[in-house]
Design a binder for this molecule. Structure first.
Ligand SMILES: [Zn+2]
Length: 317
């Protein structure tokens, strides 16, 4: 089993069989993980980090390995900035993402976040409370140079990494990176461990199906997009949460209850549920309930992004 089990410290962790996880506790907003798969003379990087300083620090930590096995391929698991804003520092690598993720990457450029962080009044204050640890100025995101839909097998120094598209779920174009010869999977934000999953895109049923797919793979070591390294038990917990939220929100929508009222109500239930009550970022239920409502009713009008962050902050206050 992975040596990171029960240990969760910042930096590069060797998982065995030429696989590494770069972890950033505590896994909250923007504190994402990345992965490295090392073959003979070449390596594959799974995701960059939220800003250039953090990504540079990670690449330096990887350099004892990547000096002899340079990063030939970078996979972005999805379009969120905490998984791709450092792309420009991985020079010369081919960058691969699903075509939906590649498209979505153009929609939230770092300059937009940089602007929100500097906004006057309570909007700036709100976004700084979520993302104040990161530096979004001066980032020019290198976009994917190769896209795929469905599945794609990548050869890296004589071994195979299987890319599996499972979105839309967390975002429009989520993918997993599975390394069969080491029974390891890098899940991107299809898994949050110790924190609450946030379903920006949905439907939740797609994400539950992604969990079922992972549970069916020959896998011992599971590296989430946020949180400590886990195994299939971590996948099952996320599946339980999503199934619970889908059912709880669907029932309230059928009863004609407003989405925000439903979210506050379900938040109270989660706070009393021993399986989920210790998870961070519990306020994400506001977005998750909204996504359930939208998936059943395309005419449902979601709260705008500022209001969504206000609601999440309020639920966690
Ligand atoms: Zn993330």
């Amino acid at each position: 089993m992975a040596e990171t089990k029960g240990r969760y410290t910042t930096g590069l962790h060797e998982l065995g069989d030429g696989c590494f996880a770069y972890l950033q506790p505590d896994g909250g907003w923007g504190w994402s993980n990345a992965g490295l798969v090392v073959g003979d003379g070449a390596a594959l990087l799974v995701d960059t980090l939220f800003d250039l300083r953090l990504t540079q620090r990670m690449l330096e930590a990887m350099s004892p390995v990547t000096t002899t096995a340079p990063i030939a391929t970078l996979v972005n698991t999805h379009a969120n900035g905490d998984h791709c804003y450092g792309n420009s520092l991985v020079e010369q690598a081919e960058i691969i993402a699903t075509s939906k993720a590649a498209h979505e990457m153009t929609e939230v450029p770092p300059a937009l976040l940089a602007g929100l962080m500097k906004a006057d009044g309570d909007v700036g204050e709100l976004f700084r409370s979520f993302f104040g640890d990161f530096e979004f100025d001066g980032i020019d995101v290198r976009l994917p140079t190769r896209t795929f839909d469905g599945r794609l097998d990548i050869e890296v120094g004589g071994r195979v990494v299987e890319l599996i598209e499972v979105g839309p779920a967390h975002t429009a174009g989520d993918a997993l990176a599975y390394v069969p010869d080491s029974r390891t999977i890098f899940t991107g934000d299809i898994l949050f461990i110790g924190g609450t999953p946030i379903v920006w895109a949905g439907p939740l049923s797609n994400w539950v199906a992604a969990c079922d797919l992972m549970l069916g793979l020959d896998v011992d070591t599971v590296v989430p997009g946020h949180g400590p390294v886990t195994d299939k038990s971590g996948v099952a917990e996320v599946r339980d949460y999503l199934a619970f939220v889908d059912e709880a929100a669907s029932a309230r929508q059928a009863a004609g209850i407003d989405a925000w009222e439903a979210a506050r109500d379900i938040a109270r239930e989660i706070g009393a549920n021993p399986e989920f009550q210790s998870w961070g970022e519990a306020g994400r239920i506001a977005v998750n309930v909204d996504t359930v409502y939208r998936s059943h009713d395309p005419a449902h009008v979601s709260a705008n992004v500022v209001e969504q962050f206000r609601r999440m902050a309020e639920l966690e206050a």
